[in-house]
Design a binder for this molecule. Structure first.
Ligand SMILES: [Fe+2]
Length: 453
């Protein structure tokens, strides 16, 4: 108290409170005005994202704060906060010395699918765990269990019993991870996180990777891949899939990188990231046109899915095979992501957590259409707190849905004989088209398989 007497401190306190109060009023006022001037998604849902802290839901608070920030600051904070935390993700070879790749040829000499297994970071990374809990995937949470069982009941007693068993298994797994933490035993018990990488040989002999996974020398994988031709083109298919790109950049620094601005700007926040800008930003109309002019002769055409602010995805069609990421979840043939209908059925070989994921998030009534996980609706809703937490938020007038419908219609009008999904693996062109329709025909309420009336 040498320099500040009590009066001065009291006055300073009042100013601080006044300023804080003003800021809170501004943030709250801004949030309310924004909410009242935004058009909600035209599809209703009852479950909302929730991030609990001592009984308080942090999502509306976070959303209000982010809404009040200058646009550049808001976007940069989100991109920086979601940049990959390391240059590699441990895979099955790192942990067990096993081959993490399974290669299948989809179109002889032209298209291959590479199925790649890494550690399931969702189970061990604290940030990923918090996020998955907010999405409604904490299978030990009472409310989540209730919702899962409610969703299961509609399919009858057998499914209900299977779901109960799956929940018990998930609980046992959770207890094991809590007791032993991350170690080879728990990583194996949780099971791998698997992604598919479509590989395309262009007409000029160049090799293009879509949503690439790590390319390593051991197990002969790099030799096989590079034996197909020079790896010259790398496509970042979704702004939600950037974890593997740093390892690819290390291996192929001279390749041509095709990305959305969101995905690239996220990576550019990594220490030592060598390239400020992607060679082509496919969400930029001029870049997309330039890219298509350059490569259409080589057997590939790129379709940016405008309006899908959550993923900013691109669907290239190469040699009549559509490559996609984060568009397909439930499949028209009864499959879901990498799992077939048979694997998902009662007694089938699907891992408990994956069957529960479908039951918890992508089953009616939690999912309005029973194909997409509920968070895909939240992320596109201008009035949902999760909307503003995307680097590109949904358009305030909900026009993104009509825009996305238009993009998907243009894709489905093309001749497509095969589909290769990063989460689904290879499917037929028929299942691809029917599944895009099943997942997204709610966008403007009309079939995507026909021209809009
Ligand atoms: Fe994804």
């Amino acid at each position: 108290m040498d320099y500040l007497d009590l009066d001065t401190l009291t006055m300073a306190g009042k100013y601080l409170l006044g300023a804080t109060g003003g800021l809170v009023s501004y943030i709250a006022g801004n949030y309310l005005i924004d909410k009242q001037t935004s058009t909600p998604l035209h599809v209703s849902y009852d479950q909302k994202p929730r991030m609990d802290m001592k009984g308080l839901d942090l999502f509306p608070i976070m959303s209000a704060i982010f809404k009040s920030l200058p646009e550049n600051t808001r976007r940069n904070l989100l991109l920086k906060g979601n940049k990959p935390s390391s240059w590699t993700v441990p895979d099955w070879f790192d942990i067990y010395g096993e081959n993490p790749y399974k290669i299948s040829e989809v179109i002889p000499g032209k298209i291959w699918n590479v199925y790649y297994s890494t550690e399931n970071f969702w189970a061990f990374d604290p940030q990923a765990k918090t996020f998955s809990k907010a999405l409604g995937m904490d299978f030990t949470d009472e409310q989540t269990c209730w919702r899962i069982m409610r969703n299961a009941e509609q399919f009858g007693r057998e499914v209900s019993n299977q779901t109960l068993k799956d929940l018990e298994k998930a609980k046992e797994l959770n207890d094991l991870v809590e007791a032993k933490e991350r170690c080879p035993e728990t990583i194996k018990a949780v099971g791998p996180f698997a992604l598919n990488m479509p590989v395309v040989k262009l007409n000029n002999g160049d090799v293009l990777l879509y949503c690439p996974v790590r390319v390593r020398d051991e197990t002969g994988f790099a030799e096989w891949l590079e034996g197909l031709g020079p790896v010259k083109w790398v496509v970042l298919g979704s702004s939600a899939h950037t974890l593997m790109i740093p390892s690819i950049m290390k291996r192929y620094p001279e390749a041509v990188y095709i990305s959305s601005k969101d995905a690239w700007d996220k990576l550019a926040f990594m220490d030592g990231w060598p390239k400020k800008k992607a060679d082509f930003e496919y969400d930029n109309v001029e870049d997309l046109e330039r890219l298509n002019n350059l490569l259409s002769e080589e057997g590939i055409q790129f379709h940016f899915v405008a309006g899908d602010n959550a993923t900013m995805t691109v669907v290239p069609i190469a040699h009549k095979a559509a490559l996609e990421c984060d568009i397909l979840y439930g499949l028209s043939d009864g499959g879901f992501l990498n799992l077939t209908k048979e694997e998902l059925e009662v007694g089938g070989s699907a891992p408990a957590d994956q069957r529960l994921f479908k039951m918890a998030l992508a089953t009616k009534p939690t999912s309005p259409n029973g194909y997409l996980p509920i968070y895909r609706f939240w992320m596109m809703d201008p009035c949902c707190p999760m909307g503003i937490l995307n680097p590109t938020p949904p358009a305030k007038d909900n026009s993104g849905c009509a825009e996305m419908a238009k993009s998907l219609r243009a894709i489905l009008a093309e001749e497509i004989e095969h589909g290769l999904g990063v989460h689904t693996g290879p499917i037929t062109g028929k299942v691809f088209k029917e599944s895009v329709e099943a997942n997204w025909n709610w966008l403007d309420g009309q079939s995507l398989l026909q021209p809009k009336k």
